[in-house]
Design a protein around this ligand. Structure first.
Ligand code: SF4
Ligand code: SF4
Length: 189
C-alpha cells in the first residue's frame, strides 16, 4: 500500500503522468497527489519518479496491544494504561495472531496529578516495546505523550474477539495513521 506525504508533495504531476493505471490524481483544491488504492497495481514507478521523495510503501504488518483485565474483554472501567494485561497481537497480510500476554507495569500512577504522570507514561511505554497500535475502551491523559510511538485506537466493542474483527475491517486506516508524522488516534465503531 502506498502513501503520499502531504508535507512533501508539491503537486508537480510527474507521478500522475507516469502512472499507466490512472491511479494518481492531483486534487485541484489541495494541490497534492492522491492515490486510488483500488486502481494501483503497486508497480512503484511513481516512487522512483517523484522528485520530492513523497511517495512510499507503508508497512503491511503491525503489532497491536489490547488492554484487558481478564484476557477476554477490553478493560471496561478505566483507561488503557490501567489494564492488568496487554495482549500483543500481530497483524500481517490479513491475519491476526496472538503473540503473547504481557503483565502491565507495577508502577502506581500519582493520583494527585490532574494530567497523566510522565513516569507512568514511561513505564507503560517500556512494557509496550515493539508495539505500533494501542486498543482500549478509553485512553488517559498520557496518550498525548505516547502518540509519537503508538496509534491510540478506541473501540466501544467489549469483547476482544469482536474487536479483532473491527481491527481487520479498519486496518488500512490504522496503518495510514501509523505512517503519519502527527497522529491523532482513531475511534473504531
Ligand atoms: S511526483 Fe511527487 S511531488 Fe510530484 S505530484 Fe507526485 S507525489 Fe507530489
Ligand atoms: S505504484 Fe504504479 S500503479 Fe500504483 S500509483 Fe504508482 S505508478 Fe500508479
Amino acid at each position: 500500500m502506498l502513501s503520499i506525504s502531504k508535507n512533501k508533495c508539491v503537486g508537480c504531476g510527474i507521478c500522475e503522468n507516469e502512472c499507466s493505471n490512472g491511479a494518481i490524481k492531483i486534487y485541484l483544491t489541495s494541490g497534492i497527489a492522491v492515490i486510488d488504492k483500488d486502481q494501483c497495481s503497486e508497480c512503484y514507478l511513481c516512487i522512483e519518479k517523484c522528485p520530492q521523495n513523497a511517495i512510499k510503501v507503508i508497512q503491511k504488518s503491525l503489532i497491536i496491544a489490547i488492554g484487558t483485565d481478564d484476557e477476554k474483554t477490553i478493560k471496561p472501567d478505566d483507561h488503557f494504561g490501567m489494564s492488568k494485561y496487554f495482549q500483543i497481537w500481530s497483524y500481517s497480510d490479513g491475519r491476526l495472531e496472538l503473540l503473547e500476554t504481557r503483565e502491565n507495569s507495577k508502577y502506581k500512577e500519582d493520583e494527585t496529578r490532574i494530567h497523566g504522570d510522565p513516569n507512568k507514561a514511561k513505564a507503560t511505554s517500556s512494557v509496550l516495546k515493539g508495539v505500533n497500535v494501542l486498543l482500549g475502551k478509553m485512553m488517559g491523559a498520557n496518550i498525548q505523550r505516547l502518540k509519537n510511538k503508538f496509534v491510540p485506537t478506541i473501540t466501544r466493542e467489549p469483547l476482544i474477539k469482536n474487536a479483532l474483527t473491527i481491527i481487520k475491517e479498519n486496518i488500512n486506516e490504522i496503518m495510514e495513521e501509523y505512517e503519519k508524522h502527527e497522529r491523532r488516534g482513531i475511534i473504531l465503531v
